[in-house]
Design a protein around this ligand. Structure first.
Ligand code: ADP
Ligand code: MG
Length: 238
């Protein structure tokens, strides 16, 4: 088993909450309402993974499985420039695969293992993990099947992380009302399955002035806590 490494989020506050950054060989789930900054954080992580090690990066390639068509290369360019990186070089290292439905998404995660033999992928992003599953498996009757598929998909992701000593970052959109989903196993989109397979779970909510509050939830070996981050033109900062 290779040594676990940590990828910076760009925010010292958030890195601190996570004990230094996102861990390899684990799944980190960012969940929160629409506009809470999940996709912005995914873009920042992608840029950061390409950075040299002395800057908190992995000097590595990235694979993004994009299910909502929200990947924006222009945003990568902005964030790369803010860190004095060659934006063309950063873009070359970020591989984007659009997933058209949940079946396709599962297939892409399996194919990622093959891709990693060709490219040094150390960060795998699924943004969003749950949107296709949510829209395709709606009724109560299909819930068990959805959970089973999602569970298997997450184990594929974790396997990728273990084999490649990679960070796995996923997003999950939830209701704006925490009272609706905390304590209710069905209410978070992924339900219990996502909660139990994800090693780190970060709940994001909007605060005043473009700020976001990030809260670490039921982590196995880190204390629960909250911190403030910002989504700016330059990317994710304190
Ligand atoms: P989610 O994926 O959680 O639905 P996003 O990550 O797409 O949310 O966040 C969108 C928000 O990010 C916008 O409402 C805005 O506040 C912020 N944002 C996006 N792009 C920029 C930018 N270039 N400069 C500053 N803030 C931005
Ligand atoms: Mg998004």
């Amino acid at each position: 088993r290779r040594e676990i490494q940590k990828l910076t989020t760009g925010s010292k506050n958030l890195d601190g909450l996570l004990g230094g950054g996102l861990e390899t060989q684990a799944i980190t789930e960012f969940f929160g309402e629409f506009g809470s900054g999940k996709t912005q954080i995914m873009h920042q992580l992608a840029v950061n993974a390409t950075m040299p090690k002395e800057k908190g990066g992995f000097d590595a390639d990235v694979l993004i499985i994009d299910t909502e068509n929200t990947f924006r290369p222009e945003r990568i360019v902005q964030m790369a420039r803010a860190k004095d990186l060659d934006s063309d070089n950063v873009l070359r290292r970020i591989h984007v695969a659009r997933a058209y439905n949940s079946h396709h998404q599962i297939l892409l995660a399996e194919k990622a293992l093959e891709m990693a033999k060709e490219f040094p992928i150390r960060l795998l992003i699924v943004d969003s993990l749950t949107s296709h599953f949510r829209s395709e498996y709606m009724g109560r009757g299909s819930l068990a099947e959805r959970q089973q598929l999602l569970n298997r998909h997450m184990h594929d992701l974790l396997k990728f992380g273990t084999i490649n000593n990679a960070v796995i970052a996923v997003t999950n959109q939830v209701s704006a009302r925490p009272d609706v989903f905390f304590g209710d196993p069905m209410a978070p989109i992924g339900g219990n399955i996502v909660g139990h397979t994800a090693t780190f779970r970060i709940y994001l909510r909007k605060a005043k002035g473009g700020k976001r509050i990030a809260r670490l939830i039921d982590s196995p070996h880190l204390p629960e806590g909250e911190t403030v981050i910002q989504v700016t033109e330059d990317g994710i900062t304190d």
